[in-house]
Design a protein around this ligand. Structure first.
Ligand SMILES: Nc1ncnc2c1ncn2[C@@H]1O[C@H](COP(=O)(O)OP(=O)(O)OP(=O)(O)O)[C@@H](O)[C@H]1O
Length: 233
């Protein structure tokens, strides 16, 4: 059974800076985490005691102002960053759709990128071959699937990335504001597919600034403010 249990997660980024004689600006920033320390020991606290639990079927919407910590939390859940403190227990295979173009070869065709992307995600060639037609069909890219990825528009890239990431049955899918790139008809299809995925006992975590999208897609909401949980429910 898939689940995510996060308890009191902290994440500090260390930011090395040259020493300057400039006085520090004492104004509190409106956006971003909390800055502390000086010189080579400056830190940004991006996550500050974040706790929540998700079970199979949950679709969590992550909200918060710019710099509130949404992307950082997704990266901690994906294992890119180790939390500075706190505990994280994840059951299930995690896939992520962060930057749409990340992991795509611009010179390779869409079809070849399906194979490469699938291999990176740990699928066998046979598994990928079995699903390739379904991926192409869902993406509605038609003949463009045999054109190089660099000839795609942003929305076309988003269609392909989403189709690959969701066709290979992820157990836990993390997404960062990707969906805005798709047009209205694709967003509708994508929302239906995410609902089906979540019904198949998966977990979806989606960071977005669109309340409308989150209301359509998610059953839970976690609001971050300066790295702290402002509301969860
Ligand atoms: N690599 C990094 N080094 C230092 N600080 C960082 C780094 N990445 C993010 N931060 C800081 O961590 C805090 C949280 O950033 P994060 O990208 O998680 O915010 P976000 O909620 O995703 O914002 P947005 O809505 O703008 O995408 C910010 O204060 C940011 O300045």
């Amino acid at each position: 059974m898939v689940s995510i249990h996060a308890h009191d997660l902290h994440l500090n980024y260390q930011v090395r800076e040259k020493l300057t004689l400039r006085p520090r600006d004492k104004r509190l920033p409106q956006t971003g985490g909390t800055i502390s320390g000086t010189g080579a020991h400056r830190f940004v606290t991006a996550l500050d005691g974040v706790s929540f639990e998700l079970e199979a079927g949950d679709r969590l919407g992550l909200v918060g102002a710019n710099g509130a910590g949404k992307t950082t939390l997704l990266k901690v859940l994906y294992g890119i960053y180790e939390p500075t403190a706190g505990s994280l227990d994840i059951r299930g295979k995690v896939d992520a759709l962060f930057n749409i173009n990340l992991g795509f070869r611009p010179e390779a065709t869409g079809r070849r990128n399906i194979l490469l992307r699938g291999l990176i995600n740990g699928w066998t060639e046979a598994q990928i071959a079995e699903r390739t037609e379904e991926i192409i069909e869902f993406s509605e890219l038609g003949e463009f699937i045999d054109m190089p990825f660099k000839s795609y528009s942003q929305g076309m890239g988003a269609r392909l990335a989403f189709s690959i990431a969701t066709t290979l049955d992820p157990e836990i899918l993390l997404m960062d504001e990707w969906i805005g790139a798709g047009d209205a008809s694709f967003q509708k299809k994508a929302t239906d597919r995410m609902n089906k995925l979540a019904e198949k006992a998966g977990i979806i975590v989606l960071a977005s600034h669109s309340e409308e999208l989150l209301a359509k897609t998610c059953n839970k909401r976690l609001e971050l403010e300066k790295g702290r949980v402002k509301a969860f429910g």
